[in-house]
Every structure is written in C-alpha cells, then in structure tokens.
Design a protein around this ligand. Sequence first.
Ligand SMILES: [Zn+2]
Length: 435
Amino acid sequence: MLFRSILLGLPLVQALIVTPHDSHGHDHIHEVRRSLPDSWYQPEGHPIHDLFKRDTDDGADYPAVGSPAWSAGYPTGAPDTTNLPAAWVAALNAAVAAGKIPSIPPTTNTPGTNPVYPTGIDPSSPSVCSATYKCRIPGDIWDSPDGVFASSFDDGPSPLTPSLVQFLGGNNDTTTHFMIGINIIYYPSQFLTALNAGHDIGVHTWTHPYMTTQSNLDLLGQFGYTIQLIHDSSGGRVPRYWRPPYGDSDMRVRAIALEVFGLETVIWNQDTDDWDGTPDSIQAAMTRFLAMPKSPGLIVLEHEIASTTVNGFMTAYPMIKSNGWKFMSLAKAIADGRTYQNAEGSLSDDVESAGILVESTSTSTALPTTTLALVATSIAQSNTSVTSATSAANNLSPTPEISQISAAILHGGNLKQLASLSLLSSVLVFSHLLL
Ligand SMILES: [Zn+2]
C-alpha cells in the first residue's frame, strides 16, 4: 500500500517493517484479511483514497497491536512537523492551492481560558466560526436524531475502558470512543477490547491540543498519525469522525480534517462536566438533560478517563432508558450509520478479520525508559507552566511520582485542561511499566 511505501523512508519504520511478528512474545494468530471492500464514504478523487490506498496487501502484515514494532513507528509526543509523510503534506498543499483551506491565523492559548484570535478576527463570524465560541459550522454534527441518546466517550483508551465495554456489553449496547492516538500506544489491549466488542472508534487527535492553536502542519500530524494508528491496528479501517479536544475547532481546522483526511467534525449539545464533577453533580446534570424535549436528540460529552466519569455514566444509564430515549453508539446514530470511511463497522463482514481483532496477549508496550522521559517532556511542554514533570518522570517510583506529576500538572495553572488528565493517565501507566 502507498502509505507503507511512504513510511519506508523513515528509519524508525524500517525497523518496524523488518522486525518479525513473533519477536515480541505474542503467541496468538496474527493474520488479517488481505483486501478491503471497494466502498468508501468519500467520493473518488478525495485525497483519503491515496493516503490510505487499498491494495491487495492492505490490512495485512501489520505488526501485532501492542508490540514494540507496532509502537516504534509513531511519535512519542507532539508530531515533528519537519518529518511528516510527504503524501500528507502534498495533500494539504493541494487543498490549500484549490482554495479549500481558509487562511485563518492560529489562536493563542492562555491556560484555563478560551483560545484567542489575533486582533481583528471575529471568532463568531461565518468565515471563522469557532466552535469554542459556540458558532456552528453547517455540516458539523452537534445534535443527534430526535429521541436518540447518541453515546460517545472521549480521551480513551484507558484502564477504565474494559469496565465500560463490559457494562455496555451486558446491556447489548455499544458506544463510540473518540480516542487519543498516544493513549492507544499506551493502552493497546484496552483499545482492542473496545474494537473487538464491536465498539466504534473515532479520532480525538494525537496529543489532545487546542486545535485552533495549531499550524496547518501541526494539524496534519495530529490527524494523520491518529488515523494511521487506528487504520493499522484495526484491519485497515479509516475513521470517519473526529471530535476536537475541548470542542475547539474552526473553519480552518475542520477544513483540513475534511479536505485532507475525510474526517467529519462532531461536537456535542450537552456537557455534564463529568471530568471535573462528583457523582451527585453528574447525576443532577444527566437528570436534567434526560427530562428535556426529545428534539433534538442528545449528544452528551462524556469521558472514559476516571472511575468517576465512567461510574457516573453507568449510574445514569437506566435513566436514559426509563426516560424513553433510544440509546445508540454515536457513529451509528448519525448520518447513514457507517462508522468508517471504508467499512460499515467494527465487526461488520466487509472487513472480516482472521486475526487482528483477537484479544491482545500483551499487557504492556514495553517502551524503553528513554521514551518515558520524552513523553513526560511533551507533557511538560503542553502545559507551559509545568516545570517539574520531566524530573518527576525521570525518578519514577511506586506512588510518590504519581502525586508529584499529578501535582505538577494539575497545579500548573490549568485545572480546566482535560489534556492534563489524559496525559497524566499515560504517565501513570509508564510508572506501572517500570515496576
Ligand atoms: Zn478530550
């Protein structure tokens, strides 16, 4: 496939290619169907067809999910914009030249406050239309169909993912997971747990930045690597939907998502603030939302990032049904119900797998310790007022470093940044891997 050919130019990925599958200790069968169906959501001629071209060997011969060879081909922090695959850059340049990407300057971000545009740029004008400022761009998805509770969870995968999947499975339901790329690297078995159970996977960027603060090339990396990782880890599925971290998107950001990668933007119409809430506050908010008129349908922002958020959902779940709402996975509830650009769903027959959808036997990604510091550095950089995260990560020990890093991040002047929580969870796993 073309994508693999592009990546062959990268030294890290060369290592990825030549490493035998069985070198990492996996003993399960690892074969995938050798071709994917012909139908795509995006029309022929869209760049996504070339970026994720399907050939006879597409979907085959990928490193096992969770193996060192699998994770070696991906950035450990914010993507390096000087080393992006040439095909992505070419697709962006073509879209810009065709006038499809509005020239809107990036915002700047003061921690804990909304991103701000340069003087003279109106975030509520139709030409900018920032979702942070509640401007709805036609075509973006904020509501679900009448009477439908369109379920989704952000910031996974995480250690909480299996319990969420198990709970929904017990009720014959599934959900849509808007996943952070780097968290898939850290939680591969949890990713597979969701995928194997037929849940739907969407894009929540690589490292969870405020996307309007990013340059065009930054955006390319944030979208591209997350799509590629999901594609390479799911038998060749190309995600159809993405949700911007903090709901921060505008005409430029959504245009790059759609015109280069075919991604449609999904926001929400209600928010329980579950990540910052208590069981009581989450239930109070859910009770209020579920008593509302059923037009439009509900898209409630929820997170699989902490026991409070997952338990809050589980406690509210019976109320969703008793209030007469139809519970559905978001990706199946909106538009024509197709989860992916090139497949119906996670377990649909059109991308039948002979092996990639089996449970991973891996319990860790066995990343080298040097990687830990690199990621911790990226965390520190993503929280500008954090200064001690790196040194804390360099001295990982059972519990103190967790509170140390937690304190460093959470007291870094940005309690409102969910990225802190997401990336913190990654740090927690790193510390676990070392023990
Ligand atoms: Zn998020």
